[in-house]
Design a protein around this ligand. Structure first.
Ligand code: ADP
Ligand code: MG
Length: 678
């Protein structure tokens, strides 16, 4: 039955990749590593895995395809299952963190790069796979970069390549044109297969709205809406793609486009309204997939489609029929903020190469136009040439622990495509040492081996394991789950509803004493779970039902991981006496002592991690402007705007962190750096 699954859609024959089918199959057969490049939309992601399947590669194991973004993994799997005329989750499936839609019979598996990294941990030889395709490598996500180094390490040497396997693994690395020579050189000078594609000219114009120093999102959201409506009224037929940075901006822009903000709730309804022949469709990562699917459908006759999207539409997903681009010039990016000493999600100007990529989306099938709302001066002065790879700008803590658990101790000389700064590696080692995940000699501890099993931030894992060791995991599992999904508190935006939502949210916090945001998360989780009609409970309380539902599922999965680990004989057990609220907060301290702040002047706090940043409690916290005197607090994360805000906050006592705080300063980075090289 293997070859009976022929593509159902004949239009895949019109994709640029189709003519190169035989040559591509041959190229994969002939070498261990292959770099494939081609314009976005040429058919790499959806077609190549099907070609390899047809050619019989799956007889030796699965064909695994990684994506940096979970939405891309899911949507593409859906599409390919459709093309191969099978049920999603059977022959074609996907796996993303906390959501596995595959089975024994799955032969083409799309997954996030993070998932494959976890699989390497369990099975370094990747014995279940015949082919691994690393896709979207030009995005340079942290996990993809690490996978590149690992695959190079494990499979470039022919004798090593078959270790633990009965046949050699094939590795295909796909990229939308960037840096292919560099990739080939990195992978033992492997062949590069370039799929020629036609691109049509795109005429780009600069605007006047965003000048250097302008980063106020309300201004550019209004401007992109204005430009999109201008295009709609004055340009010939063709769909519009608008680039913004995230969900709330996109919803705001859609509201403005509809001009009837209060009647639409994107969280529950599929959008159907058209405004004067304009079909408005939002597209962002945490959107339900059934709504995402509508993005790809052609609009009804005589109607123009306007997709308002995050960067996900730049390369991971190709939408046909786009002729006009409206580019805000910004992107949301996770960056290590040296002022705060932590990773922070920030809105930053895109790079010039990113802007070219966005513009290119308009020239896939005919010539197009790109309207940049920023000035030429902004382009010249504020936009870097290229996007800095994630590995060079974010915390490496989780990844370094993974490498250590894979037996790679020399984390400084690991083959990185682009080396992270040594201080980032040392920072990661220091944090792992502080969490007791590695010892002074850089060796993984028993605790570290347990920690690596959880797909969570090491601090959160540390708190969870602490709770499990004193027998109160029931308190921490829901909290860890709630912090792993999108924000559960609905923020309606318009003043009247906002007031109502704030009131409900305050009431929820008050149920637990109104002094601990972590406890509020726990209480919301439990209240909803024990409710007879959880979805209406959420509606009444202005809580995202969809987000909470995923938190329920995440909690179950974390519980399964924990139960499995608790079977081990050496699972730590401690005793503790004291009341429940104290116990809860002390467990949190075990993981969050790196995020401790102490009251300073007025309502200002000062962080205790050596950075001594001045921080404020975020208005979303139940501790915001409380009359009570707060002395010491821990917090989950920070938001940087004109001020530094701490979010998800909980008061603690100094005695609880007294013994932990010295750890923040005790480690000698030179000692760790020498062990890092061993
Ligand atoms: P590449 O990986 O080279 O960028 P893809 O394989 O993602 O190209 O896309 C090939 C074609 O398949 C594009 O024309 C795209 O619009 C179409 N396509 C991809 N996913 C879907 C989908 N879910 N629904 C409809 N068309 C899709
Ligand atoms: Mg692709």
């Amino acid at each position: 039955s293997e070859t009976s699954r022929k593509p159902k859609y004949s239009d895949s024959k019109h994709l640029p990749i189709y003519r190169y089918k035989a040559k591509l199959i041959q190229a994969v057969e002939e070498s261990t590593f292959l770099v494939v490049t081609g314009e976005t939309g040429s058919g790499k992601t959806t077609q190549l895995p099907q070609y390899l399947y047809e050619a019989g590669f799956s007889r030796n194991g699965k064909i695994g395809v990684t994506q940096p973004r979970r939405v891309a993994a899911i949507t593409v799997a859906q599409r390919v299952a459709q093309e191969m005329d099978c049920t999603l989750g059977k022959e074609v499936g996907y796996q993303v963190r906390f959501d596995d839609c595959t089975c024994q019979d799955t032969v083409v598996k799309y997954m996030t790069d993070g998932c494959l990294l976890r699989e390497v941990l369990a099975d370094p030889g990747l014995s279940q796979y015949s082919v691994i395709i690393l896709d979207e490598v030009h995005e340079r996500s942290l996990n993809t970069d690490i996978l590149l180094g690992l695959l190079k390490n494990n499979f470039s040497n022919p004798s090593k390549a078959t270790k633990g396997r009965s046949f050699p693994l094939k590795v295909v690395v796909m990229s939308a044109t960037l840096e292919t020579d560099k990739l080939s050189a990195f992978l033992s000078c492997c062949p590069v297969f370039a799929i020629p594609g036609r691109v049509f000219p795109v005429e780009c114009t600069f605007g006047s709205a965003v000048k250097p120093k302008d980063v106020e999102s309300t201004a550019y959201v209004k401007e992109v809406v204005k430009v999109a409506l201008d295009v709609h009224t004055s340009e010939l037929a063709g769909d519009i793609l608008v680039f913004l940075t995230g969900q709330s901006e996109i919803e705001r822009a859609c509201d403005l486009l509809f001009e009837k903000a209060e009647s639409i709730d994107y969280r529950y309804d599929v959008l159907d309204q058209t405004v004067e022949g304009l079909l408005i469709l939002p597209l962002y990562g945490s959107m339900p997939t059934d709504q995402q699917r509508r993005i790809f459908q052609p609009p009804p006759p005589g109607i123009r489609k306007c997709v308002v999207a995050t960067n996900i539409a730049a390369t991971s997903l190709t939408i046909n029929g786009i002729k006009y681009i409206v580019d805000s010039g910004f992107v949301k990016q996770l960056n290590h903020n040296s002022r705060v000493g932590m990773d922070v999600l920030e809105v930053v100007p895109i790079s010039k190469s990113e802007a070219e990529q966005r513009a290119g989306r308009a020239g896939r099938t005919s010539s197009g136009k790109c309207f940049r709302i920023y000035t030429k001066e902004f382009w010249e002065k504020c936009m870097p040439e290229y996007t800095v790879p994630e590995i060079q700008r974010t915390s490496l803590t989780a990844v370094i622990l993974t490498l250590k658990c894979l037996g790679i101790h020399d984390v400084i000389r690991f083959p990185y495509l682009d080396r992270p700064e040594e201080r980032f590696i040392l920072e990661a080692l220091k944090q792992l040492y502080q969490f007791d995940a590695i010892d002074r000699r850089g060796r993984v501890t028993k605790l570290g081996e347990l920690m690596v099993e959880f797909p969570l931030h090491p601090g959160l894992t540390r708190a969870l394991l602490k709770a499990a060791s004193v027998g109160c995991e029931e308190l921490l599992l829901p909290v860890a789950a709630m912090l792993s999904v999108e924000n559960i508190f609905i923020r309606p935006g318009d003043p009247d509803n906002q007031k109502e939502a704030d009131k409900k949210h305050r009431a929820l916090a008050a149920k637990t004493g109104g002094m601990n945001d972590f406890a509020t998360l726990l209480s919301v989780f439990q209240s909803c779970k024990s409710s007879d009609r959880p979805s209406s409970w959420c509606k009444d309380n202005w809580i995202h039902w969809r987000a909470l539902k995923s938190a329920f599922s995440v909690e179950t999965q974390l519980r399964e991981i924990l139960l499995r680990l608790q079977q081990r004989k050496d699972f730590p057990v401690e005793t503790f006496d004291g009341n429940k609220s104290e116990l809860f907060r002390r467990c949190l301290c075990a993981g969050y002592f790196t995020n401790v702040a102490r009251s300073s002047v007025g309502k200002v706090f000062c962080t205790m991690d050596g950075h001594g940043s001045m921080v404020h409690i975020h208005p979303s916290s139940s501790l915001f402007e409380q009359e009570v005197d707060l002395n010491w607090v821990i917090f989950h994360d920070v938001l940087v705007t004109s001020r530094i805000y701490i979010r998800t906050v909980c008061p603690i006592r100094y005695e609880w962190v007294k013994d932990l705080l010295p750890k923040l300063h005790e480690v000698d980075v030179y000692e760790l750096s020498s062990v890092a090289r061993e």
